[in-house]
Design a binder for this molecule. Structure first.
Ligand code: 26V
Length: 756
């Protein structure tokens, strides 16, 4: 759209000149313009349409992203500037929709972007949580959760006239569907459908993030992942999941009928991707609804199995969902006879308790239901898929080898490069042209420029610019001062013991103690953490506490603080990630090998020129293969060693603690005088005991090698040119990790959609 036209539309929408409009008015007008442009690109599909059902969509702020994708961002920014308006001030008005926890939800958002970019027809289906994932603040060095009410009248969601009746526990609930457009980069537009109930009452959330879990009509879509530490909480999750998939099934049937399906051929019109096990009930629900349309059970099972595909995102046993049959009998009795038929068929066919859907304790295993009754089961990185096939889901792989496939995750370049790091994106585009934005494999053309000293210097300059921007932002928003001459080392992700933020912290303590002994490092390091802990996850919260306490001890030390700083940023979310990742120099991806299914933060950091310090886990393995030994710092046990150690049950953390005096000192520091005088005895002691008596995620065996590679990484950093080259190689070889590539693979192997 030519800039004069944008100006005309903007002023017509505003009803006044840009100069006279408030930022709010401009924001509202821009939403309007984007929606208009997107509506024109929302075309009826040819052939099959994808429905991506997910409990999470971590879409982040949408204004800039949409304007970039629609090709109007630069013009709008420049136009506003002419009238003294700053696009970043307008972006600030947008509240981030935190409709997700972490990687799973962000992946769903990247996938929607890539689908639309590739011209594929694929809508997202989820829930319109009134409160996103809690906002995190720190009080008394502890995480506190505050409600995140993100919905505002000034937003992207449109209330549609659509809605369906959903019966739960014998009661009828009528849903309302809210839609927002998902724009593709120079591509089509699809939709994200978020279902809700009109009766939900936001005032139920009064004190903290707790609420009455029994009033389903008032609390159903109140928040993402209600606390499941009691029965009511677990039941509420079932209500949410059923509500999501029942609406999804209605929508899918309705749209397919309107496009000419007679439902016997539903698989020619619809393909459903089940994102982790949360949407699993779509299988029996769709069978049930097909029954209402006159299709018999045998045929319905066949149709549904040909429509649905399942993605597994974790091997952590505690995250594989299982529901007591009695809960389902209470909430969704209409599904129980169907699930029983599905289970009986499997029992008759295989006569093997290990693969049964309803086990002998009357527990329903959702992942098993998925694998039996979908035509595809995929993992999200090659190591993860291999582990699923060879250990975690081995019994199922033996039954259905043809169903198992890998789809290594990816990220959208539009948000994680163009939007987050326009300086780097523009620079690359100047060298190799803008093709890489859409065809990520072209990024490799950048590599030849890394032989030129100028390019290396320019990369260092861009990194410095991003570090300075982050420093300014942290000062402005959090009153945190960081030294941009220091090394920026970051670990940002959900807080979980398997991700091992505690290992990073033990390194910090070790370095602190060394400085105290007079071992002065060449350069200061700033270690950034960004992580939310699940509200009921005690040890994760203890780890946050320990990080904050150690950070304060270092800050208070006049010598140590010259060489070391720990910054625990509060409320890490997509918006903050966009500011932090481009400023990072070393990316910590240090999960215990075999535990991180893929990781996607690792890819975002790589694309922005950070060098990974990591274990051979998840997609790190593939990153390692692409960049080679020289451009990544790998350490730690291999996944097969870890798997064997678990099988044997032989791991004993105390023996490592006793053998390694450096490790012992660092661990002891957690309960030493300094830490205890500032921190809470209860939290620190619990963490100490956990590490010493259990250390389930084996931090101790990896500690000494971790310290070694980290020291080596910092030493190598001092050869600035050589370091810049490593950064450059990480960028140039990130092409594989575009979600466009991932989506192409899903489409070629699983979905078979036609582009239009
Ligand atoms: C588990 C739980 C446990 C209780 C609280 C609520 C909740 C919500 C979701 C889950 C499943 C977590 C699965 C997940 O997020 N997996 C991540 O998926 C990413 C995208 O594939 C992948 O990069 C990460 O490695 C994987 O941890």
């Amino acid at each position: 759209m030519p800039v004069e036209h944008i100006k005309l539309v903007l002023e017509t929408t505003l009803g006044k000149s840009i100069a006279d409009a408030t930022n709010e008015e401009i924001y509202a007008a821009l939403i309007n313009i984007v929606q208009g442009l997107a509506a024109n690109k929302n075309k009826i599909p040819h052939g099959r349409k994808l429905y991506y059902i997910s409990a999470e969509f971590l879409i982040g702020k949408l204004l800039s992203n949409n304007m970039i994708n629609l090709g109007i961002f630069d013009d709008v920014r420049d136009l506003l500037k002419e009238y003294g308006k700053d696009i970043t001030d307008i972006e600030e008005l947008e509240l981030e929709p935190s409709l997700g926890n972490g990687g799973l939800g962000r992946l769903a958002a990247c996938f929607l972007d890539s689908l639309a970019t590739l011209g594929l027809s694929g809508d997202g289906i989820g829930l319109n949580y009134h409160f996103g994932l809690f906002k995190q603040t720190f009080k008394n060095n502890l995480q506190t959760e505050i409600p995140d009410h993100w919905l505002s009248p000034l937003g992207w969601l449109t209330r549609t006239g659509e809605g369906y009746d959903v019966i739960m526990a014998g009661k009828k609930y009528h849903s309302t569907m809210y839609d927002l457009y998902v724009t593709g980069y120079k591509g089509r537009a699809n939709k994200l459908h978020l279902f809700d109930l009109d009766t939900v009452d936001d005032t139920l959330i009064a004190d903290g993030i707790g609420f009455n879990k029994k009033k389903i009509s008032k609390n159903l879509t109140l928040c993402l992942y209600p606390d499941d530490s009691d029965d009511d909480g677990r039941k509420l999750r079932i209500y949410q999941q059923y509500f999501m998939v029942s609406n999804a099934a209605h929508l899918i049937i309705e749209e397919s009928l309107s496009r000419g399906s007679d439902l016997h051929d539903l698989f020619d019109y619809a393909v459903i991707q089940i994102n982790d096990t949360h949407p699993t009930m779509v299988i029996p629900e769709l069978i049930r609804q097909l029954g209402e349309h006159g299709i018999n059970m045998t045929e319905a099972i066949d149709i549904v199995s040909k429509c649905c595909a399942y993605t597994n995102h974790t091997i952590l046993a505690e995250a594989l969902e299982k529901w007591p049959l009695s809960y389902l009998e209470e909430i969704v009795p209409q599904l129980v006879p169907i699930i029983e038929v599905l289970d009986n068929r499997i029992r008759r066919k295989f006569n093997d308790e290990k693969v049964a859907i309803i086990d002998s304790n009357d527990t329903v295993h959702m992942a098993r239901l998925d694998i039996h009754y979908t035509y595809s089961t995929n993992g999200v990185a090659s190591l993860h898929t291999e582990i699923l096939k060879n250990s975690e889901l081995k019994d199922f792989y033996n039954l259905y080898p043809e169903k198992f496939n890998n789809k290594t995750n990816g990220i959208t370049y539009r948000r994680w490069l163009l939007q987050a790091n326009p300086e780097l994106a523009d620079y690359i585009a100047k060298k190799i042209g803008p093709g890489f934005i859409r065809y990520s494999e072209e990024l490799s053309d950048f590599e030849v420029y890394l032989n030129q000293e100028d390019t290396l210097n320019d990369l260092l300059t861009i990194k410095k610019v991003k570090k300075t921007q982050l420093a300014d932002y942290l000062l402005k928003t959090r009153n945190i001062t960081v030294d941009t001459e220091s090394i920026f080392d970051m670990q940002t992700k959900r807080l979980h013991e398997y991700k091992r933020q505690q290992l990073n912290l033990l390194w910090v303590i070790k370095r602190y103690l060394e400085i105290k002994q007079g071992l002065i490092p060449k350069r200061k390091v700033t270690v950034f953490f960004g992580a939310k802990a699940a509200p009921a996850y005690t040890i994760a919260k203890d780890i946050i506490h320990a990080i904050i306490v150690i950070s304060k001890i270092i800050d208070a030390d006049p010598v140590a603080s010259k060489y070391l700083q720990v910054v625990m940023v509060d409320n890490y979310n997509v918006t903050l990630a966009e500011k932090m990742i481009p400023a990072c120099e070393f990316s910590e991806q240090i999960s215990l090998a075999s535990k991180e299914a893929s990781g996607t933060g690792n890819m975002k950091y790589m694309l922005n020129g950070a060098v990974t310090i990591g274990t051979e886990d998840g997609a790190n393995v593939e990153i390692h293969n692409f960049v080679g030994d020289k451009n990544i710092y790998i350490f730690g046990m291999q996944s097969d060693e870890v798997i064997k150690a678990y099988e044997k049950g032989s791991y004993n953390s105390k023996s490592y603690y006793k053998k390694d005096p450096v490790l012992k000192k660092a661990v002891d520091f957690l309960v030493g005088k300094e830490a205890m005088s500032l921190g809470n005895k209860e939290n620190l002691k619990r963490l100490y005991d956990e590490l010493l008596n259990k250390d389930w995620f084996m931090t101790f065996p990896d500690f000494s090698e971790y310290c070694k590679v980290r020291e080596k990484a910092y030493e190598d950093y001092e050869d600035r040119e050589a370091f810049a080259k490593k950064c450059g190689i990480n960028i140039a070889r990130a092409g594989f990790f575009s979600s466009d590539r991932t989506i192409k693979e899903y489409n070629n192997d699983i979905w078979h959609l036609e582009a239009n």
